[in-house]
Design a protein around this ligand. Structure first.
Ligand code: SF4
Ligand code: SF4
Length: 99
Protein backbone atom coordinates (compact mmCIF):
# COMPACT_ATOMS: atom_id res chain seq x y z
CA UNK A 1 0.00 0.00 0.00
CA UNK A 2 1.07 3.59 -0.48
CA UNK A 3 0.68 5.89 2.51
CA UNK A 4 -0.24 9.57 2.47
CA UNK A 5 3.43 10.38 2.73
CA UNK A 6 3.57 9.85 -1.02
CA UNK A 7 4.89 12.92 -2.79
CA UNK A 8 3.60 11.86 -6.23
CA UNK A 9 7.10 11.71 -7.59
CA UNK A 10 5.99 9.25 -10.32
CA UNK A 11 9.03 6.98 -10.09
CA UNK A 12 7.25 3.87 -8.81
CA UNK A 13 4.49 3.65 -11.39
CA UNK A 14 6.67 2.76 -14.41
CA UNK A 15 8.72 0.33 -12.31
CA UNK A 16 5.80 -1.95 -11.51
CA UNK A 17 5.92 -5.06 -13.70
CA UNK A 18 2.23 -5.72 -13.09
CA UNK A 19 0.85 -2.28 -13.79
CA UNK A 20 -0.57 -2.39 -10.28
CA UNK A 21 0.29 1.21 -9.45
CA UNK A 22 -2.03 3.94 -10.60
CA UNK A 23 -2.75 7.55 -9.81
CA UNK A 24 -5.54 7.76 -7.27
CA UNK A 25 -7.55 10.78 -6.32
CA UNK A 26 -4.68 12.44 -4.48
CA UNK A 27 -1.73 10.09 -4.40
CA UNK A 28 -0.60 6.95 -6.12
CA UNK A 29 -2.35 3.75 -5.14
CA UNK A 30 -1.68 0.05 -5.57
CA UNK A 31 -4.27 -2.41 -6.83
CA UNK A 32 -3.75 -5.35 -4.46
CA UNK A 33 -5.32 -7.72 -6.97
CA UNK A 34 -2.44 -7.00 -9.34
CA UNK A 35 0.44 -6.59 -6.90
CA UNK A 36 2.50 -9.75 -6.46
CA UNK A 37 5.11 -7.93 -4.35
CA UNK A 38 7.09 -8.40 -7.55
CA UNK A 39 7.14 -12.19 -7.12
CA UNK A 40 7.74 -13.71 -10.53
CA UNK A 41 9.58 -10.64 -11.77
CA UNK A 42 12.11 -9.45 -9.20
CA UNK A 43 13.61 -10.51 -5.89
CA UNK A 44 12.52 -7.31 -4.20
CA UNK A 45 9.42 -5.14 -4.55
CA UNK A 46 10.51 -2.60 -7.12
CA UNK A 47 8.27 0.20 -5.94
CA UNK A 48 9.65 -0.11 -2.41
CA UNK A 49 13.16 -0.02 -3.82
CA UNK A 50 12.67 3.16 -5.79
CA UNK A 51 10.39 5.16 -3.51
CA UNK A 52 12.44 8.10 -2.23
CA UNK A 53 10.30 8.61 0.85
CA UNK A 54 9.79 4.94 1.78
CA UNK A 55 6.04 5.23 1.91
CA UNK A 56 5.16 1.78 0.54
CA UNK A 57 4.71 -0.75 3.36
CA UNK A 58 3.02 -4.12 2.92
CA UNK A 59 -0.68 -3.60 3.40
CA UNK A 60 -1.66 -5.24 6.71
CA UNK A 61 -4.87 -6.54 5.17
CA UNK A 62 -3.06 -8.01 2.18
CA UNK A 63 -0.38 -10.14 3.81
CA UNK A 64 0.14 -12.93 1.31
CA UNK A 65 2.44 -15.92 1.25
CA UNK A 66 4.95 -16.32 -1.52
CA UNK A 67 2.88 -19.20 -2.88
CA UNK A 68 -0.22 -17.04 -3.00
CA UNK A 69 1.70 -14.26 -4.70
CA UNK A 70 3.13 -16.74 -7.18
CA UNK A 71 -0.33 -18.00 -8.03
CA UNK A 72 -1.45 -14.42 -8.54
CA UNK A 73 1.52 -13.84 -10.79
CA UNK A 74 0.60 -16.85 -12.90
CA UNK A 75 -3.02 -15.76 -13.09
CA UNK A 76 -1.97 -12.28 -14.18
CA UNK A 77 0.38 -13.71 -16.77
CA UNK A 78 -2.44 -15.84 -18.11
CA UNK A 79 -4.45 -12.70 -18.64
CA UNK A 80 -1.79 -10.88 -20.60
CA UNK A 81 0.05 -13.56 -22.54
CA UNK A 82 -0.41 -17.20 -23.53
CA UNK A 83 0.56 -19.90 -21.09
CA UNK A 84 3.76 -21.75 -21.80
CA UNK A 85 6.19 -18.98 -21.01
CA UNK A 86 6.14 -19.71 -17.30
CA UNK A 87 8.75 -22.40 -17.05
CA UNK A 88 11.13 -20.70 -14.63
CA UNK A 89 10.82 -20.16 -10.91
CA UNK A 90 8.69 -21.81 -8.32
CA UNK A 91 6.59 -24.84 -9.21
CA UNK A 92 2.84 -24.34 -9.27
CA UNK A 93 1.22 -25.02 -5.92
CA UNK A 94 -2.05 -26.89 -5.93
CA UNK A 95 -4.71 -24.94 -4.10
CA UNK A 96 -6.87 -28.01 -3.68
CA UNK A 97 -9.77 -26.15 -5.14
CA UNK A 98 -11.63 -26.72 -8.34
CA UNK A 99 -11.87 -24.53 -11.37
S1 SF4 B 1 5.54 -4.58 -5.13
FE1 SF4 B 1 6.00 -4.86 -7.31
S2 SF4 B 1 4.09 -5.62 -8.16
FE2 SF4 B 1 3.57 -4.68 -6.20
S3 SF4 B 1 3.04 -2.57 -6.68
FE3 SF4 B 1 5.21 -2.61 -6.15
S4 SF4 B 1 6.26 -2.79 -8.08
FE4 SF4 B 1 4.13 -3.40 -8.43
S1 SF4 C 1 7.75 6.37 -5.46
FE1 SF4 C 1 6.80 6.74 -3.44
S2 SF4 C 1 6.57 8.95 -3.31
FE2 SF4 C 1 6.95 8.46 -5.47
S3 SF4 C 1 4.89 8.29 -6.36
FE3 SF4 C 1 5.53 6.23 -5.74
S4 SF4 C 1 4.72 5.96 -3.67
FE4 SF4 C 1 4.66 8.14 -4.12
Amino acid sequence: MITDECINCDVCEPECPNQAIYMGEEIYEIDPSKCTECVGHFDEPQCVQVCPVSCIPIHPEHMESRETLWQKYQRLQGEVQPAGSLSAGLPPVSSGGGA
